[in-house]
Design a protein around this ligand. Structure first.
Ligand code: NAP
Length: 284
């Protein structure tokens, strides 16, 4: 392997430690600490793990976390009532509803019910709009984490050709806006893109978020490119996690690469914690 690994575990730990130090200062001076309310509807095992990890991160940093584990049959009205109560609670800084919610609940109605100044996931249309216009607001955690990975690895973004594979609302689209904000020249590709390997080969920085194991082979990658793999896929035979990038092949020609696991993944929770602190500062 010639590429240098971008260590998401290490960088996310640094961010959490920075937040822990700031929270300890608040605690020492007798101030209230940031508070995150986490809502889980139903008992999806993957969602339970995500929620547990978010609560653990709060505990590590010293935030207060409020946990609401609601029955699968909770109605949309009941969920919106709880969100409304938390919106009005001055001691709650961030509200997170673990997605996906059960099918009888409208995901957009839930996202839009959260007050934009408590929307630490950065999914509310007000925050999405602010990202587009360059105003300060909450940014979706995974793309925000990728910017941190690049910056903290001293990778220059200005003037670089960036190709993003995938155009989802939580990764591809906010990633496009963030890379534009960092002065990259950005191309976004998707399932209808023609000659996608050729388009990707233009990239100095290639960011892949599609959810297709090992889709990006060395034929997609220019020598010396920086490759960020957002994908999380589980190999049906081995049970092991792998990304959207064929790591074995691509790491031979890239200059920097994120592993899966241990690359982008750990950054999402770190940035959620970062957004909670920002929310706290807005409320104090
Ligand atoms: P998503 O909502 O399913 O969107 C997938 C995107 O990939 C769509 O825009 C789709 O294009 C595009 N796509 C699918 N097949 C393609 C192909 N053959 N060629 C080009 N583009 C293709 O996915 P997502 O939520 O962004 O997640 C993507 C991956 O990242 C998943 O593996 C997910 O688990 C992972 N993820 C990781 C984290 C983390 O590390 N913390 C966070 C979020 C997501 P169309 O729009 O044309 O359909």
């Amino acid at each position: 392997m010639s590429a240098q690994l971008i260590d998401g575990k290490l960088i996310s730990a640094q961010i959490k430690d920075e937040l822990k130090a700031k929270t300890e200062e608040l605690f020492a001076s007798g101030k209230r600490v940031p508070t995150l309310a986490v809502i889980l509807v139903g008992s999806d095992p993957a969602s339970q793990v995500y929620v547990r990890n978010k609560k653990k991160a709060c505990e590590y940093i010293g935030y207060k976390s409020l946990s609401y584990e609601l029955d699968e049959k909770t109605t949309q009205e009941e969920l919106l009532e709880l969100i409304d109560k938390l919106n009005k609670d001055p001691e709650v800084d961030g509200i997170l509803v673990q997605m996906p919610v059960p099918k009888h609940i409208d995901e957009n109605a839930v996202i839009e019910a959260i007050s934009p100044d408590k929307d630490v996931d950065g999914f509310h249309p007000v925050n999405v709009g602010k990202l587009c216009t360059g105003e300060k607001g909450f940014v979706s955690c995974t793309p925000a984490g990728i910017i941190q990975l690049l910056k903290r690895s001293n990778i220059d973004i200005t003037g670089k050709e960036c190709v993003i594979v995938g155009r989802s609302n939580i990764v591809g689209k906010p990633m496009m806006m963030l890379m534009l904000r960092e002065n990259a020249t950005v191309t976004v590709t998707h399932s209808k893109t023609k000659d996608i390997a050729e388009v990707c080969k233009r990239a100095d920085i290639l960011i892949v978020a599609i959810g297709k194991a090992k889709f990006v082979t060395k034929d997609f990658v220019k020598d010396g490119a920086v490759v960020i793999d957002v994908g999380i896929n589980r190999n049906a035979e081995t049970g092991k996690l792998c990304g959207d990038v064929d790591f074995e092949e691509v790491s031979q020609i890239a200059s920097y690469i994120t592993p899966v696991p241990g690359g982008v993944g750990p950054m999402t929770i770190a940035m959620l914690m970062y957004n909670c602190f920002e929310a706290y500062e807005m409320h104090c």
